[in-house]
Design a protein around this ligand. Sequence first.
Ligand SMILES: [Zn+2]
Length: 178
Amino acid sequence: MIRPDLCLDFANTRYYRGQATPTETLNAPADLAAWTKAAKAPSTKEFETALALRETIYRLFDAHAQGKAAAPRDLETLNHALARAPARTALKRGRDGYSWDVDARSGTALALLAPALWSAADLLAGPRLDRVRRCANPECGWLFLDDSRAGKRRWCSMSACGNRAKARRHYHKSKEDA
Ligand SMILES: [Zn+2]
């Protein structure tokens, strides 16, 4: 099964994007192999293509989350990748249920990322696009799908950014009170 927000997970492999030095979790081709559960690491060139695609995906969703129009070039890049990615033609059944059968043997960025690309397309064109949010902590920039009933989730997680913001508010408030 492809999680609907797999594309956001991929975009979040680089986080704290608002800080001077964001946290990068994909530092080498082997990291991408691990993330995509590929048998072997892609070439450096394919790795760089994958990182560029990740940034495209991030920008597309970030723009929407901020109520801005996405750059036409980013949509073009995604469309180009979708057109050249392995075809989404066959399902397979495994222990956890059904999934798309992807031929990733070529080891190209597009083969490794096919499920992430499809999830990006489905999320962009689907009914939950308006539930894509960017964490309200400007230093964080984490993208997430807001599954709360009211649709008012603001933080990537309360334990990380939410509590920090609450602590900051509390700090400011007690300073004002003093
Ligand atoms: Zn956050």
